[in-house]
Design a protein around this ligand. Structure first.
Ligand SMILES: *[C@@H]1O[C@H](CO)[C@@H](O)[C@H](O)[C@H]1NC(C)=O
Ligand SMILES: *[C@@H]1O[C@H](CO)[C@@H](O)[C@H](O)[C@H]1NC(C)=O
Ligand SMILES: *[C@@H]1O[C@H](CO)[C@@H](O)[C@H](O)[C@H]1NC(C)=O
Length: 390
């Protein structure tokens, strides 16, 4: 248990602490529970920001969803190029589940708007906005920073399996924004055998191959984010203590060779669902290969996620001149550790590139993607629209 680097946080005078916190946030944070029974974490340890530091220079968006550009008025027109061949019997669209990103919450306005867009494109769609712990609002937002992802995922698998509409649907479609994307991939791999089956999984700017840096907080007064980053910056990222509590740590990969070794040994989530360790779980590969479509959307101007190519599951050598190895040239694909090669060979793997910064989404792009990949159960996916190659 490496608590040493956290102790510097304790050194901050209590008076600084009480000035630094808006009461409501601080109260909410005091309810933070340690993820395990190993050691009682004083909530103050987690949330104390470095109050003497200059405001962070960051783009204002973070991983929360923003719609940019002209917004669509009802009723939406389906893109003319989309042919929706469906079977004649049932044109009820499959339900869609949506997992939000870091710093967002299931009841955030942007997420509700996504649900409305899905409804415009495929009227009658049942859209389910995932909360990792079942909590709403600021508690759900907190759970995007804090918690053991394995436990959160387990909660989500059960919640989806118990939902009366999702569990009786022939299958479901899924949208994962940012970290929600790799969590939904985890859902497919771990729970695909018993929880509602996913047909199309679409991920936006997700960190499938991990991150080399932690995201900066969008706002200097975002105490939850800064509290998380204070712990992450403490040099304890590979400890079980941090791996079981700090969400971004569980898909952190680092950049040095030492980081890689530590990642393989200690990563609580990503190294496991990527089947990167010696013992591969064949069920993960079978479940992922059973998708109809796995669509990875990359934001071309992504400056929030480092490296952005993780959105396409590419590997980037950060210390070796930013050498990018595309997914299809990596052992995880070539040796088919998680079923991506099988999926690709049946035409199920699509790479999509969108202009713009992380999670800055144009309605038109969302509409085109929803039109193409979601809809009724019998739907045939026409020729890839448009065709991107990594
Ligand atoms: C592989 O993953 C499945 C699904 O999560 C799980 O039930 C099984 O126990 C895992 N097998 C091993 C060997 O870990
Ligand atoms: C996270 O939770 C799972 C399930 O309870 C547990 O097996 C695992 O050890 C936990 N991770 C850490 C790093 O404690
Ligand atoms: C990155 O490239 C450097 C120089 O080629 C190499 O020494 C290093 O092992 C590579 N690191 C990783 C993590 O692949």
């Amino acid at each position: 248990m490496q608590l040493k680097s956290l102790s510097t946080l304790l050194a901050l005078p209590a008076v600084a602490f009480s000035f630094a916190y808006p009461p409501s946030e601080a109260e909410a944070l005091l309810e933070l529970q340690p993820a395990d029974d190993t050691i009682a974490l004083s909530p103050k340890l987690v949330i104390i920001p470095e109050v003497d530091e200059e405001p962070l220079e960051v783009p204002p968006q973070g991983a929360t969803l923003t719609r940019v550009g002209p917004q669509r008025a009802l009723p939406a027109q389906k893109p003319a190029a989309e042919e929706e061949e469906t079977d004649d019997e049932d044109d009820t669209p499959l339900p869609v589940v949506v997992w939000h990103g870091l710093g967002d919450s299931a009841d955030a306005e942007g997420l509700k708007e996504v649900a409305e867009l899905i409804e415009q494109v495929h009227p009658g769609t049942y859209t389910y906005l995932i909360s990792a712990t079942g909590a709403a609002g600021s508690a759900d937002r907190q759970a995007s920073f804090f918690g053991n992802v394995t436990r959160q995922l387990d909660h989500v698998c059960h919640a989806l399996a118990e939902d009366p509409i999702l569990r009786t649907a022939p299958a479901i479609d899924a949208v994962g924004f940012s970290q929600g994307g790799q969590f939904l991939r985890g859902y497919v791999e771990r729970c695909g055998g018993w929880a509602p089956r996913v047909r199309s999984l679409v991920t936006f700017g997700s960190q499938h191959n991990g991150i080399a840096e932690f995201q900066k907080c969008a706002s200097p007064t975002d105490w939850v984010c800064r509290g998380a980053n204070a712990v992450l910056g403490g040099g304890t990222v590979w400890s079980d203590f941090v791996q079981s509590r700090l969400v971004p740590a569980q898909y952190y990969r680092g950049e040095t060779d030492d980081d890689r070794a530590n990642y393989l040994e200690h990563s609580n989530f990503l190294a496991d669902i990527n089947n990167e360790r010696g013992a591969k779980n064949a069920t993960y590969a079978e479940n992922l290969a059973a998708l109809d479509k796995f669509v990875m959307v990359l934001f071309d101007d992504d400056r929030t996620v480092v490296p952005k190519e993780t959105g396409w599951f590419a590997d980037v050598n950060m210390t070796g001149g930013y050498a990018v190895t595309p997914l299809r040239q990596r052992p995880i694909y070539e040796e088919d550790w998680i079923g991506l090669k099988r999926l690709d060979e049946k035409g199920g793997l699509d790479f999509v590139r969108l202009a713009g910064e992380h999670m800055q989404l144009l309605d038109d792009d969302l509409v085109r993607l929803f039109a193409k990949y979601f809809g009724p159960a019998g739907k045939k996916f026409g020729a890839s629209w448009p065709k991107w190659e990594p």
